[in-house]
Design a protein around this ligand. Structure first.
Ligand code: NAD
Ligand code: UFG
Length: 345
């Protein structure tokens, strides 16, 4: 089965390609490297020992994408490609709506033309907005609190309409909670551009000395230790969820949303302390004001994915932190000038 993976050079996409190749799928990656590095492709090949196809294209370029669909017998599409920084989306909403919506529209047009019906979409727990109750269930009313989240919500709604127009379609909306960790080899991992926005890459960059100290955004939430709680999920567990979604899509038509989370919440201080344990030394931090737009607590009810996809996250927070740290310490500058690793095609 041939899977077109858009954004396959990115953080979650690269880990999913490894699991797809290891499971015997044929993989075609399309990426424009707007937020990734070409070296990741060699690393995927090194980890898996399996060949795959790569097209350096922008999904917005319908002509180039049509060529790919003409050239390859695509059986299913996993659509990771998109812009994902919440703050940037507030500053530049048009580029978020343009890239995230139009890339999906181009893919859906081509899927219709080439009669491809299996679609797995990277959605986000951000579509729940700020809810009063946790754990978060798929049936909750959705709300967006920023343009990034609204782009995901709009795409989920668009996909609902597409399914009504063609009930033969099988669509999985995967709502990721907080992906962290890296492949256990330390060869691929999260490689943020500039200063990281997210907690874990920030902590690991403080730990390698690239940043001075962690700023904890608020210690006055009504949580056990006052800091924000999130459902951190190992990126390899997340990757495996995509394979389960593809399998279910192959067996059953329909459109379903699934929470991909562990169902457990960890606070910022708990995460920091786990890293201190893994690294074996202190990590400096300062308590700061709350970050605007942040919510206190978010964690998943993953039971729908457990039941319908037969998927369950199995890696705990300690192994997530160990793997994040292995990746960061083996690659202090991300894919640029990685230490002790020479990978050739
Ligand atoms: P990422 O930025 O590492 O990967 C996205 C990839 O898409 C990059 O390689 C980028 O170069 C590529 N890309 C972007 N626009 C493109 C275009 N027009 N044409 C071709 N390639 C393009 O991000 P990620 O963390 O791997 O996230 C993957 C998906 O999951 C995104 O849609 C994101 O919104 C969603 N998501 C991520 C998180 C998270 O915390 N990482 C949480 C929830 C949802
Ligand atoms: N935090 C800090 N200091 C930092 C960064 C984060 O204290 O430097 C705190 C936040 O306040 C929050 C927690 O760490 O309590 C997690 O923050 P992240 O930025 O890592 O993650 P978010 O939950 O804010 O957002 C992430 C993605 C969003 C996505 C959402 C749900 O960035 O795109 O998860 O999937 F929508």
């Amino acid at each position: 089965m041939k899977i077109l993976v858009t954004g396959g050079a990115g953080y979650i996409g690269s880990h999913t390609c490894v699991e797809l190749l290891n499971s015997g799928y044929d993989v075609i990656i399309v990426d424009n490297f707007s937020n990734s590095h070409p070296k990741v492709l060699n690393r995927i090949e090194t980890i898996t020992g399996k060949p795959f196809k790569f097209y350096h294209s922008d999904i917005l370029n319908e002509k180039e994408m049509r060529f790919i669909f003409l050239n390859e017998q695509v059986d299913a599409v996993i659509h990771f490609a998109g812009l994902k920084a919440v703050g940037e989306s507030v500053e530049n909403p048009i580029s978020y709506y343009h890239n995230n919506l139009m890339s999906t529209i181009v893919l859906l047009k081509l899927m219709k033309d080439f009669n491809v019906t299996n679609f797995v979409f990277s959605s986000s727990a951000t579509v729940y907005g700020d809810q009063q109750t946790v754990p978060l269930k798929e049936k909750l009313p959705l709300q967006a609190t920023n343009p990034y989240g609204r782009s995901k919500l709009m795409i989920e709604e668009m996909l609902g309409d597409v399914h009504i127009s063609n009930p033969e379609m099988s669509i999985a909306l995967l709502r990721y909670f907080n992906p962290i960790g890296a492949h256990e080899s330390g060869l691929i991992g999260e490689n943020p551009n500039g200063t990281p926005n997210n907690l874990v890459p920030y902590i690991t960059q403080v730990a390698v000395g690239k940043l001075d100290y962690l700023k904890i955004f608020g210690a006055d939430y009504s949580t056990l230790d006052g800091t924000g709680i999130r459902d951190y999920i190992h990126v390899v567990d997340l990757a495996l969820g995509h394979i389960k979604a593809l399998e279910r899509n192959s067996q059953q038509n329909g459109i379903e949303a699934y929470n991909l989370g562990t169902g457990n919440g960890s606070s910022v201080l708990e995460m920091l302390n786990t890293f201190i344990q893994v690294i074996g030394r202190d990590i400096p931090y300062k308590i700061k004001d709350r970050r605007s737009g942040d919510i206190a607590v978010s964690y998943a009810d993953p039971s729908k994915a457990n039941q319908l996809l037969n998927w369950k996250a199995s890696r705990d927070v300690l192994s997530m932190c160990e793997d994040s740290w292995r990746w960061q310490s083996m690659n202090p500058n991300g894919y640029e000038q990685s230490k002790n690793i020479e990978v050739s095609k």
